[in-house]
Write a protein that binds this ligand. Structure first.
Ligand SMILES: Nc1nc2c(c(=O)[nH]1)N[C@H]1C(S)=C(S)[C@@H](COP(=O)(O)O)O[C@H]1N2
Ligand SMILES: [Mo]
Length: 385
């Protein structure tokens, strides 16, 4: 084993490769972690935080970055694991103390590997909307993010001397330095520079091939993007009315928007909503799963609807969908979102009546909101007093 180890480490793998890839991993993972935290806060906003309504595309940018840096991390992590792989076969030291330290170090690496791999696998599955698990994706992905970050910090702290030395040394041994430890000249096969360069290229390629799902101008080259823009009215659909079990109620003539305030319920027909002042705003749907698209939404402002039944400003609103079950059937608009004049009950999209799969008879669309909170097939607004 020693032989394989020294050969791999001398030419392409080992600390000099691992630490350089580690630097890039640190940058990508860092951005991914921070934007992920932000996404969590936007979806589950604690009392002390007022998420701004502007810029309207903020969530589109942060979540686009989250998924893009997550994708970039995959090739980096795989090659980094490969570059240190021979170390897994190093014989444990003798003596109780060295053995204990060795076991602790191995244990921390196991946690590090398990948690980072979990983050990338669960994140990737979420992007393609596969949920082959019982647990709540968001709660688990979020909790494991802390484990991953914690174990990365421990790992970097433990390895700091090795990292320092490895980054201080030239990436490849030059031929003038003479034969490598295994007696070869070091000239055959790929060099570390090639390995690191190829990995960074793979990472950049993976990102470019997917990032068009949130950066519209790149859509054509992002052939691996999960959402390519297919869907009625030039906008992708995450869950159809049929999947949500909302079709019959949405198409029923007896549909009314109910507005509840202080125990009193006022109803609106769709025509009554259309009779209120109509405004158009260009706003993105920014899906948590990584795709986003802007569209022209036309409808009545939530504020106007509330005003017409005498609701004062500065009150939050709970939005209920015709959809009966699932986490997306209900959302809450904080007061400053309700009062923003771009927060709409949309009745039309890109110039024509809102398609059933986009939320007919009406849906919420507000600036700077995660897609999951842009509730479709709205049925009831409850003013929270
Ligand atoms: N009632 C309801 N609203 C919903 C959803 C849902 O499943 N049910 N999906 C949400 C998600 S995850 C996204 S990204 C957007 C997508 O809107 P679109 O299908 O019109 O593009 O709708 C949101 N509104
Ligand atoms: Mo979404």
């Amino acid at each position: 084993m020693e032989d394989i180890e020294s050969r791999l480490e001398s030419r392409v793998g080992g600390p000099r490769t691992a630490s350089r890839l580690g630097l890039w991993l640190g940058v990508a993972f860092g951005i991914c972690f921070l934007t992920g935290l932000w996404s969590h806060l936007q979806q589950d906003t604690p009392g002390w935080l007022a998420v701004p309504t502007s810029p309207a595309s903020l969530y589109r940018v942060t979540q686009g970055l989250h998924v893009a840096t997550g994708v970039a991390t995959i090739p980096l992590l795989l090659v980094k694991l490969w570059s240190v792989f021979p170390r897994l076969f190093v014989r444990p030291p003798r003596g109780a103390r060295p053995l204990l330290l060795h076991a602790l170090e191995r244990g921390s690496i196991a946690v590090l590997m398990a948690s980072t791999i979990f983050m990338l696998v669960s994140g990737s599955l979420n992007v393609v909307q596969a949920y082959p698990w019982e647990f709540s994706f968001r709660a688990t992905h979020y909790a494991m993010a802390w484990v991953a970050v914690g174990s990365i910090l421990v790992h970097v702290a433990v390895k700091l001397p090795v990292i320092r030395e490895a980054l201080g040394a030239p990436i490849d041994d030059t031929r003038q330095e003479g034969p490598d430890t295994d007696g070869s000249t070091g000239a055959q096969g790929p060099t570390r520079r090639t390995v690191v360069g190829a990995t960074l290229t793979a990472s950049a390629a993976a990102t470019v091939l997917t990032v068009g799902q949130s950066v519209t101008p790149l859509r054509r080259i992002s052939v691996l993007g999960v959402r390519d823009g297919e869907g009625p009215q030039d906008l992708p659909v995450n869950r159809t009315a049929r999947e949500a079990g909302a079709t019959a109620a949405a198409l029923d003539d007896r549909w009314r928007l109910e507005v509840e305030h202080d125990g009193v319920v006022t109803t609106f027909t769709r025509d009554e909503l259309l009779a209120l002042p109509q405004v158009t705003h260009r706003l993105p749907i920014a899906c948590v799963e990584g795709w986003s698209r802007s569209a022209d939404w036309t409808g009545v402002t939530v504020r106007n609807v509330l005003e017409s039944v005498g609701v004062a400003p500065r009150l939050a609103v709970r939005v209920r969908s015709l959809q009966q079950r699932g986490a997306f059937a209900v959302s809450e608009l904080p007061a400053h979102f309700v009062d923003d004049d771009r927060t709409l009950l949309a009745l039309a999209l890109n110039g024509s009546t809102l398609a059933l799969d986009h939320g007919f008879p009406c849906r919420v669309i507000a600036p700077n909101r995660p897609g999951v909170l842009q509730t479709k097939w709205v049925h009831r607004l409850e003013v929270l007093t």
